[in-house]
Design a protein around this ligand. Structure first.
Ligand SMILES: Cc1cc2nc3c(=O)[nH]c(=O)nc-3n(C[C@H](O)[C@H](O)[C@H](O)COP(=O)(O)OP(=O)(O)OC[C@H]3O[C@@H](n4cnc5c(N)ncnc54)[C@H](O)[C@@H]3O)c2cc1C
Length: 505
């Protein structure tokens, strides 16, 4: 008995109603309830079709062990959603009439066109555009609440909101800032107004509300969302990813899909299970710790700018102060893991810095989070047969700033649209998904790669060099917050300062 792959199945499936020439069959049912797609194949050469049935009650199944499926149950106007709401233990346990046989498509408990693992901004954005393009889409999230707890500085450039057509809502805006201030170790200040700050600043989000807002758009477009549902393994067959094994509360199940999207964040496992090389070297991982501090007083134009403090206060990283309201800010630190003897040292760096900032003299914490961000070069490959990686799972974080929300959303939008196209042709092969890979690379790759190279140089700068560079930039003025633009300004003003970066200019 040949098992059809989802693509073979879909290509043979008639899209309109099919009345199957079988009036009844019997199955030995287990009492365990589940959803099960089945394929009815005609040995005389007719097209196979999914069937649906209203099997009698659990009690009937338990009592007799044999249940008759009423004849009209073999008709379903929408074959794409047909299912038998019971799990058949194996194809052999299904008896059949002489004229037809029944092949279980698989032991899938649920079937979708697209299953997205992870309801962060990247996953929800992917689900939104896939669902809007006609894919039956399921978005699963292991946590019980989307967006919470927040593990983020919450800085986002306004243009990402516009680029991804996120309806603006003040509910997810913590604060709108005027721009960015960069401080050298001796306190020299470089101000870049928002209009020139590129990707880095604009809005300080209420990230828990924002993530829910992105997920809302996915739901509005037609995606199903399941919380407390963790992908635990990948289902592979014949070099294709066919789905994920998942645990929803206490229930284990197979979720089959024509494409699985790994949007499971920095600690992503889905990509790794599928064979993608997503391991990071210590120098490409930044450990972070952040307090939300309140009772902060004025100074350095707080709370109107996002601040970045450079130098040995945060080895091979930086300290950020992102204002949330008049007296509250996310105050965090990122330090490259290869500069830390012990991961807890990171707290010492941040606490010492806070202790010496007079604005923070009476500050008190409202929460504290830790986490990792990748500062790696762009991933070599983000698609395979029946799978795509997006967002932090695909290492799309900017290696200099550590910002990944915007890039992830942008890539999610591109991926969702490509998935919708794949669904129309029934082709979710690596080749078909390459359109996504090309799409995100065209938008993000050059910047990611350049910033990764530049980061590797930046981490070698001494405090003195930072002071000199910021001093010159503050005198000359910077009109665009991008590595290339800054280096160009420096080269014109003081070429000796940027000798290390000559290749980027
Ligand atoms: C301290 C800190 C500060 C940061 N500050 C900023 C900032 O200011 N600006 C910025 O742009 N970026 C910042 N970042 C990075 C930013 O948080 C990420 O780039 C962004 O969240 C990426 O979105 P994502 O959807 O790819 O992944 P995530 O937001 O991490 O979402 C992944 C989701 O997948 C879920 N998940 C994981 N595994 C499974 C599984 N097996 N099954 C089901 N669900 C699963 C997770 O619960 C999570 O909800 C910061 C990161 C840290 C740690």
């Amino acid at each position: 008995m040949k098992r059809l792959s989802p693509n073979e199945f879909e290509s043979k499936m008639p899209r309109r109603e099919v009345v199957i020439d079988v009036v009844e069959f019997w199955a030995n049912l287990t009492p365990r309830e589940s959803h099960q797609d089945a394929v009815m194949a005609d040995p005389e050469g007719g097209a196979p079709a999914k069937i649906t049935a209203n099997i009698a009650s659990d009690e009937a199944a338990n009592a007799s062990g044999r249940v008759t499926i009423p004849p009209d149950a073999n008709r379903h106007p929408d074959l794409r959603t047909a299912c038998i709401p019971r799990l058949f233990p194996s194809p052999e346990s299904v008896s059949y009439t002489p004229r037809c046989w029944m092949v279980l498509q698989s032991m899938a408990d649920y079937q979708y066109d697209v299953v997205v693992v992870g309801a962060g901004p990247s996953g929800s954005m992917t689900a939104r555009y896939a669902a809007a393009g006609g894919c039956r889409t399921l978005l699963i999230e292991k946590r019980q609440e989307i967006g919470s707890p927040v593990r983020c500085g919450e800085g986002l450039a306004r243009h990402f909101v516009e680029d991804t057509k996120m309806p603006f809502d003040r509910k997810w805006v913590g604060r709108e800032v005027k721009g960015a201030k960069i401080f050298s170790p001796n306190g020299t200040e470089l101000t870049i107004e928002e209009a020139h700050a590129g990707n880095e600043v604009g809005i300080v989000l209420e990230r828990d509300a924002f993530d829910k807002a992105v997920a809302k758009e996915a739901a509005k477009a037609g995606a199903d969302i399941w919380l407390k549902t963790t992908a635990t393994a990948i289902l592979k067959d014949d070099g294709w990813v066919r789905g994920v094994r998942a645990k929803r509360l206490e229930e284990e199940m197979n979720l089959e899909a024509k494409c699985i999207v790994a949007a499971d964040g920095y600690e992503s496992q889905v990509g790794r299970w599928a064979g993608f090389k997503t391991l990071l070297r210590a120098g490409d991982i930044t450990g972070t710790l952040q307090y939300r501090l309140t009772n902060i007083s004025e100074g350095h134009d707080f709370p109107d700018y996002c601040e970045f403090w450079l130098g040995t206060c945060a080895p091979a990283g930086y300290i950020w102060v992102f204002p949330k309201d008049e007296s509250t800010a996310n105050v965090g630190i990122g330090v490259s893991l290869d500069r830390l003897k012990n991961r807890v040292d990171i707290k010492g760096y941040l606490d010492r810095w806070i202790a010496q900032d007079p604005r923070m003299a009476h500050a008190q914490p409202l929460d504290m989070v830790t986490g990792g961000v990748s500062t790696a070069p762009p991933i070599k490959k983000s698609v395979g047969n029946g799978i795509a990686l997006v967002g932090d799972a695909a290492r799309m974080i900017d290696p200099i700033t550590g910002g990944g929300i915007g890039n992830g959303m942008l890539a999610g939008m591109i991926l969702g649209k490509v998935l919708a196209k794949c669904n129309q042709t029934g082709d979710f092969s690596e080749t078909a998904l390459m359109e996504y890979e090309k799409g995100w690379r065209a938008k993000l790759e050059e910047n990611l790669y350049r910033n990764w190279l530049a980061k590797n140089k930046l981490v070698t700068l001494s405090d003195r060099e930072f002071d000199d560079i910021i001093q010159v930039l503050a005198e000359v003025g910077v009109h665009k917050l991008s590595v290339r633009a800054i280096l160009k300004v420096l080269k014109d003003a003081k070429p000796e300062l940027v000798a290390k970066f000559a290749e980027f200019i």
